[in-house]
Design a binder for this molecule. Structure first.
Ligand code: MLT
Length: 402
């Protein structure tokens, strides 16, 4: 991250609306003014034209925190979050000098274009000003949250997409999507109790998982992300939407349902908890397997079964029991569906026995404007069973958000 100089700007009367406040559209213009001011004080306002290029705003995600009035002086701090070959992302935080109140935080994605308007590599002089290129490669990170270390696979740059795995899996259930969706920043953590994350004895609830994921986003510098959850990952996303809606810019709900466990489902959880205690997590994983994958996957894709077993082997007994208890006690998210206001994609495998197609259709109908992708010849593990079709559905959805 490169910190650019801080500038102070006065809110002008014509930037304010009938109520006197700085209006939301003008905030974007004010932040643009800040970027030109920074150039004027540094390399010069002709930095781009003298290099034969222009900076074009491709996307703005702004979080308006408080009203500002004409005459308020705003201190705008700007950092370059990412720099790629042809694009970069800056974060602006504008605070009122008088009382320190944060007025707006915004992430702005800019593309370098040539005279014909085509994206073009950032020229050397501009690159020096923006700071070093963000490495695209794989970054295995560990994020510490209240004494628990979460393992996070972070890759690429662009709009952040958070991949939340289900049960009893880890981030590897999204391995194909994390590899394929290389135009986005992929953030794939192992939840507490799974994979390479710490496996504490207790403290497993949907709320705790959600808090952990927010800590992960903070650690990787993502103010917002498109949340992409498989099954239990979807239950956690419902919790994120309830408690951290401002951090969610879009949602992909794969093989999940909004309803809580039925009494019968809760009895099944109790049996699994007892089995995990008596015989260990693998006994539970083996019992679940036939419900998780399509018959054709079982017969034709032994590697998927093997990958499932490998993930299950990485979950500890406390991690498994904790997840089962968290799912057993999760609230009903059905009443929340109508209030989801971010772009949403629902994905389901045609042979999903855990969350059948009818459940996905009903959920998609209840989320205004959501899209539904039905993946042929996939069970509950569509991302692993049909990686190409699942990645394509997600990429098409993400492309429409650009
Ligand atoms: C999952 O895949 O996360 C689980 O199957 C969800 C559940 O058991 O409800």
């Amino acid at each position: 991250m490169t910190a650019l100089p801080t500038v102070e700007l006065t809110v002008l009367p014509y930037e304010c609306d009938a109520f006197g406040d700085l209006n939301h559209a003008s905030v974007i213009a004010l932040l643009e003014r800040a970027r030109w001011e920074i150039l004027a004080r540094g390399p010069g306002m002709d930095l781009y034209p003298r290099n034969g290029v222009a900076p074009v705003v491709r996307k703005v995600a702004a979080d308006y925190r408080a009203a500002a009035l004409p005459g308020d002086v705003l201190r705008v701090e700007t950092t370059v979050l990412h720099r790629g070959t042809t694009s970069w992302t800056v974060r602006h935080v504008a605070k009122r000098v008088g009382d320190g109140a944060t007025i707006v935080e915004a992430d702005v994605v800019l593309v370098c274009v040539d005279r014909a308007g085509r994206p073009t590599p950032v020229p050397d002089e501009v690159a020096r000003y923006l700071g070093p290129r963000t490495p695209i490669g794989h970054e295995a990170r560990r994020v510490s949250v209240d004494g628990v270390e979460l393992a996070v696979d972070v890759r690429g740059e662009g709009l952040p997409v958070l991949f939340v795995h289900g049960f009893p899996f880890d981030h590897a259930v999204w391995r194909h999507q994390v590899a394929a969706l290389n135009r986005w920043k992929r953030i794939a953590p192992d939840l507490r109790g799974s994979g390479d994350s710490t496996q504490p004895e207790s403290e497993y609830t949907m709320a705790r998982y959600a808090d952990d994921l927010i800590a992960v986003l903070d650690a990787v510098g993502a103010r917002q992300a498109i949340m992409c959850g498989l099954s239990m990952g979807g239950y956690i996303i419902f919790e994120l939407l309830r408690r951290y809606a401002d951090r969610v810019s879009g949602v992909v709900l794969c093989g999940t349902r909004p309803q809580p466990d039925s009494p019968e489902g809760q009895r099944g959880r109790d049996e699994s908890i007892a089995l995990a205690r008596e015989q260990g997590p693998m006994a539970v994983a083996e019992r679940l397997l036939p419900r998780l994958i399509a018959a054709r996957t079982a017969s034709e894709q032994p590697d998927v079964v093997q990958q499932y077993m490998e993930m299950a082997r990485r979950i500890s007994a406390p991690g498994m029991i904790g997840a089962l208890e968290a799912m057993r006690g999760r609230p009903d998210s059905t009443p929340d569906l109508a209030g989801i206001r971010v772009p949403t994609l629902v994905i389901v495998g045609t042979e999903d026995q855990v969350t059948p197609v009818a459940v996905a259709e009903q959920m998609s109908k209840a989320i205004i404007g959501s899209e539904l992708a039905v993946i042929p010849t996939a069970g509950h593990l569509a991302p692993l069973e049909q990686p190409l079709a699942t990645s394509r559905a997600i990429a098409d959805f993400l492309d429409r958000l650009r």
